[in-house]
Design a protein around this ligand. Structure first.
Ligand SMILES: O=C([O-])CC(=O)C(=O)O
Ligand SMILES: [Mg+2]
Length: 261
């Protein structure tokens, strides 16, 4: 399994509010139509392991490109004065160009062909930055897009889950723990907009390209992470663990301190 797929990600597009219990926990209204936001590829980090040592960065920087093998091993950086929430999510990795397909044309059975595989991702969110932007009608981009705000796993090629190729919706479960305490644990069957609808709807506005990554929304249980915390996540295919990942948290280096806009 590898991280090469991350070098092909021209965009990372994320659905918001796709699980009812998560909408409720944040007191958000349920959207009438699915809505999306983007994360920059500079927010990608990958786990540190024996095989993948922490990337050494030029003085005080928090991103300096992906390595040749697609990795960017490092800790999560918590920007000063921000409240950062974990959101564990299933990520789809696109294999095909998908543009302007209708809901009659693109069915649950078309998802398997459209993707090359999946990964496990954390859609880290600076909740106080996002809340202020929501209140003032400003973009959310920074609240979702700080460096290190997309911790992501190795690639899981789709042949691993070929048995569910006609409909992947009920096949996966994601979990997230902080300092060993389980915070999120739900099946992808609970999504309000299923995988085929997510792909289809995005394609009517923004064409999907091979390598693009789609984050499919977080289940309930989101909460804060702080410097010195250890966060881990797991992705299951039915009862089998496909992949896990672990990250430590540190204070972000550099001059940024959150202040109200
Ligand atoms: O942060 C939010 O409000 C929306 C979001 O990403 C999710 O529901 O996964
Ligand atoms: Mg999210």
């Amino acid at each position: 399994m590898s991280y090469q797929y991350l070098k092909r990600a021209r965009k990372i597009i994320c659905i918001g509010r796709n699980y009812a219990a998560h909408i409720k926990e944040l007191n958000n209204p349920t959207p009438k139509q699915p809505f999306f936001f983007l994360k920059p590829s500079s927010s990608i980090i990958t786990p540190i392991s024996l095989e993948h040592e922490k990337k050494s960065l030029p003085n005080n920087s928090s991103f300096h490109g992906l390595n040749d093998d697609g990795t960017n091993p490092g800790p999560i950086y918590i920007p000063r004065q921000t409240i950062v929430n974990h959101e564990i999510e299933l990520a789809l990795v696109m294999d095909k160009y998908i543009s302007n397909v209708t809901s009659e044309e693109f069915l649950a059975s078309d998802v398997y062909d459209a993707i090359s595989g999946v990964a496990l991702a954390l859609d880290l969110t600076a909740r106080n930055v996002q809340d202020e932007a929501k209140k003032k009608g400003l973009p959310w981009s920074i609240g979702k897009g700080f460096d290190t705000f997309l911790p992501i796993s190795q690639f899981i090629p789709k042949d691993v889950f070929i048995k569910d190729k006609e409909d992947l919706q009920n096949a996966f479960r994601v979990t997230c723990s902080v300092n060993g305490e389980l915070r999120q644990d739900d099946s992808t069957r609970l999504m309000l907009n299923p995988l085929h609808k997510i792909i289809q709807h995005i394609s009517t506005m923004i064409s999907l390209e091979p390598g693009d990554i789609i984050l499919t929304g977080t289940p309930s249980g989101v909460g804060p992470i702080n410097p010195a915390d250890e966060i881990s996540g797991e992705l299951y295919y039915h009862e089998d663990k496909l992949v896990d990942m672990k990250f430590s948290c540190e204070t972000r280096p550099g001059p940024y301190v959150y202040r109200e806009t």
